[in-house]
Design a protein around this ligand. Sequence first.
Ligand code: C2E
Ligand code: CA
Ligand code: CA
Length: 617
Amino acid sequence: MSTPRPLLVQRSSPPSPVEPPAAPARGSAGKGRLLVVDDVRENREILSRRFERHGFETREAAGGLEALTLLAREAFDLVLLDMVMPDLSGLEVLAHIRATHSSGALPVIMVTAKSQSSDVVEALQCGANDYITKPVDFSIALVRVITQIDRKRAEEKLTHMNDELSRANEALEGRVAARTRDLALSNEQLRREIEQRERSQAMSEHLAHHDALTGLGNRLLFHAQLSEALAHTRHNPKPLAVLFVDLDGFKGINDSLGHATGDSLLREVAGRLRHAVRDEDKIGRLGGDEFAIIQMGGNQPEDAVALATRLIDVIGARYTIDHHSLVIGASIGIAIANGDCQDATQLLKAADLAMYRAKMDGRGRFRVFEPQFDRQAQERRNLEAALRAAVEEDALEIHYQPFVDLQTGRITGFEALSRWTHPQLGKVPPTTFITLAEEIGLIDTIGERLIKRACADAATWPQDVTVAVNVSAAQFKHWGLVSVVEEALAASGLAPDRLEIEVTESVFLQGSDANCRILDRLSDLGVQISLDDFGTGYSSLSYLRSFSFNKIKIDKSFIRDLSENHNSIAIVRAVCGLANSFGASTTAEGVETSEQLARVRLEGCTTMQGFYFSAPM
Ligand code: C2E
Ligand code: CA
Ligand code: CA
């Protein structure tokens, strides 16, 4: 029986090669899926049956065309291909197969007659994997089929493993790439953190060496800069000056207008300083209202003096801050580096001492350091310590100097004057130790003791004799003065009108409103208020208008001049007339001669005080 030819398939047009179906799934076809191609049905069936018996799955094709159709639709592990068939020859079918399947992917075993050996050679050249001869020796066929399928599977496995490997490789590469990206990200983050740390380190470094308010170097940096500059001048001798700048009147502005205004003012000052110096000069803010400048090179001290003069003008120019029009001054000390003074600490101290002298000389000036400043500063420190000890031991004394009525010649009162005898230096003038006490804050204690003792002493005197005490402007800083006076009067029982308080015009210079209220309060207690040293200060008549004094004391410099200077006579006369018109009395201070006595009596003074009658005792 012959197999009917597949009519649907046209002999002339074999199915076009399409993508080969995927290889049969492993295991589904047992040992393999075979396509047995033979036009002789018997041959096909015998082969198929025997292979099936050995665990293969088989499909049969009765000709070349049918075989190609099946191959296009289904997947096989191997093709057993008859060499001679009526529709397409085995070689033709093989050519078609090899157009789409490699010999590894689909092994083809040619089935030939023994006589067809030349065809076998051609078939092998065209891509057949092996051949078997008819009549088929099945055991040989089986071995060859198994060999081919094993090879195919081994190859597939290899391919599969290769695929797996390359997939694993790809995955690995992906992971490596991801890790590389992660690493790059962490690196970037690390870099940013390091930068941030460096920035904050630089910032804290800057803060440690700079003044946050003005941005100028602080004391630490200034000191380092000065040391460095000095080290440099040692190798390369060049003049170098330090200017120590201290503001005059800053504290008053800071206290009265507030710290915000004070800060703005300091920033302005720093800005002006920056403008005023050369680029190579260094500026530092040493603290509070103290600044310092290192001036490099030039002719010294001429250049430092020129700079100081300019700075006093520049800083003294008017400021407008928070709608306030402000004026401050500057006192400047200059120290020049030279053989004796090579150390930063010494040089800065010298400039500081010179600045202090400039302040003492009346502010708004400069001084160039002189070696004796050092000794004087040491003396001042010693004097300060001795005064503190004296106050501690209550070692100050009071001397009294009488006032004499120029009409009756009677003693009307005594002025209490402080006396201090230094254990080594002897008598220290009150102008020296009172000024020192004002500066170091001892004046309140000294003043309080003086007032209390003077009142207690006066309470033992005849009823019509008064006592006068000197009160400095520094004691007007707070209301404590009023309480001290009240307590002194209460404790001594002295009638208030027997106490005279002597103040100078300086009371009207600082915080005059508050000071006037304190004076009013004292006056309300019944205490007499005298204007001391009249004629020496600003002698503005407006003081006489802002407060009604009970007495005006004409300064001894006018009395001393009375015999030679006609102007002094005129002034004494005018002051007496003026006081008289206000209802105040007058005291002529420092009357030393009978001539002066006659003159002040003639000009209408009420009382006199002076060595002519009695020194303080
Ligand atoms: P002052 O208030 O003008 O005192 C008068 C000064 O003139 C006293 O000097 C007195 O000794 C001196 N004097 C008196 N008569 C004559 C004279 O005929 N000729 C000359 N040349 N001088 C005469 P002293 O005691 O040296 O006091 C100087 C200044 O010290 C005082 O001037 C006063 O301003 C201040 N002072 C003295 N004691 C105190 C005190 O306890 N507290 C305060 N705040 N200041 C005081
Ligand atoms: Ca006095
Ligand atoms: Ca006086």
